[in-house]
Design a protein around this ligand. Structure first.
Ligand code: NIG
Ligand code: FE
Length: 413
């Protein structure tokens, strides 16, 4: 028990947290700690103690009464494409009339349309378009948000998008919020219609080295799919990323299981994301690896894809994380909280599993070890809900269940 804290948050009806920081696999995902009538002590932005109110013995500078509401760790959204220009409403309407996402992509629309619109936008315009999207995610409870590039088809265009991502925290702070943590990823999304080999050469020998040198991204991601990159092409890109000290991630098995998971596991990716088309082989492979399986139920809902087999992944012993995949084409989902709610319904996660998927395991998917659980030593990033029962967080569809968001012990939105 610490002798002194800066702040003691009291009158917490329930404090609910994963048992520890770091990746939780299989049955561990169901084990959360629920402390009734709890208190939370914070010093220098870190959690120093949690327990029942009556057990706190130390001194504090400030006591904050949370009015009998529930507290959970703030959410971590490990997969978004929150920066783009233009819209995809024609695709939306065409799909409602029967066209498929892949057909639209194959004829040069979809992602290619967003790439053309994004090419027209300046860095300032991209920042202005992305800020309100990030603020929506923050209001839904996310304080650490990964943002991918990927709507550039040339190294210069990807660099412009990464420069815009780098400006997001300061821009959000200017809009009255607290600068949230943005984790940038370089996404190699779709190949140019011509000159594919030259493009890949430029990515491996110019773009990745420059991104690593300027620290514009922590990780490199690639879309492995029939309409995007092959396993062989992805291997070149991911090996170049590793050689430059960057983490690797893969968009795999969204429509077809063509070997993306196998490659990601073999190369030691932090995460493989999507998995809607994964089967037994991929599930077993993920369960015996330290690669996180990130599911994106917004895509299943929006595109009508089968939900990723999250139950089977957990039962096999894999670590499952959850993201919104916020993007204009496959998942216009502006709420990390709603992603949790969807994962319970579509992927059949339990409330406890989905909390771990959105906190400790989402942190692991980003290689972050200082957040995702309310335990001593962790960053004091937490949510105060409008309910005394934390299960309202994955239960609620719409409405505003998150009352307050705290980042390093300071109130944000
Ligand atoms: O994660 N599948 C590839 N990329 C994104 C969609 C991007 C878009 O449609 O604009 C995804 O689903
Ligand atoms: Fe994605």
């Amino acid at each position: 028990m610490p002798t002194h804290a800066d702040k003691l948050f009291i009158n917490i009806a329930q404090l609910v947290t994963p048992l520890r920081l770091g990746m939780h696999r299989g049955g561990e995902m169901a084990q959360v700690r629920v402390i009734p009538d709890a208190a939370l002590a914070v010093r220098s932005g870190e959690v120093v103690w949690v327990g029942t109110r009556q057990d706190w013995r130390g001194q504090v500078s400030e006591v904050i009464d949370l009015d009998g509401r529930a507290v959970v760790p703030s959410l971590i959204d490990p997969h978004t494409h929150a920066i783009w220009a233009g819209e995809r409403l024609d695709d939306f309407e065409a799909r409602a009339q029967g066209a498929s996402y892949e057909e639209i992509l194959a004829r040069g629309g979809g992602i290619y349309h967003t790439i053309r619109c994004t090419a027209q936008a300046s860095v300032e315009e991209l920042v202005a378009l992305a800020c309100p999207r990030i603020l929506h995610l923050m209001r839904s409870g996310a304080t650490t948000i990964e943002v991918k590039s990927g709507y550039g088809l040339t190294p210069e265009a990807e660099l412009k998008i990464l420069e815009a991502i780098a400006q997001l925290p300061a821009a959000i702070a200017r809009q009255g919020g607290v600068p949230t943590d943005i984790v940038p990823t370089l996404l190699i999304h779709v190949p140019p219609r011509e000159g594919r080999e030259d493009y890949l050469r430029a990515v491996c020998h110019a773009l990745i080295p420059e991104v690593a040198r300027r620290r514009l991204a922590r990780a490199v991601d690639i879309f492995i799919e029939r309409e995007a990159f092959s396993v062989q092409e992805a291997e070149q890109v991911l090996r170049a990323a590793k050689a430059h000290g960057l983490d690797i991630k893969v968009h795999a098995d969204q429509f077809h299981a063509i070997g993306g998971v196998e490659l990601a596991v073999r190369l030691g990716a932090r995460s493989v994301d999507h998995l809607e088309a994964s089967g037994e082989v991929q599930i077993r492979m993920l369960a015996s690896s330290s690669t996180v399986a990130t599911i994106l139920p917004g895509v299943s809902l929006h595109l009508g894809l089968p939900p990723a087999p999250a139950r089977a992944l957990i039962e096999a012993g894999a670590a499952v994380a959850l993201g919104t995949d916020l993007n204009p084409g496959s998942s216009p989902l502006f709420s990390t909280q709603l992603a949790m709610a969807l994962a319970v319904r579509l992927n059949r996660l339990t409330p406890a599993e989905v909390l771990v998927a959105s906190t400790a395991n989402a942190a692991a998917a980003l290689g972050l070890i200082d957040r995702g659980a309310l335990v001593p030593g962790a960053r004091a990033d937490f949510l105060v809900l409008s309910s005394p029962d934390w299960r309202d967080l994955p239960y609620t569809l719409g409405g505003q269940i998150v009352d307050a968001v705290y980042l390093s012990g300071e109130r944000a939105v």
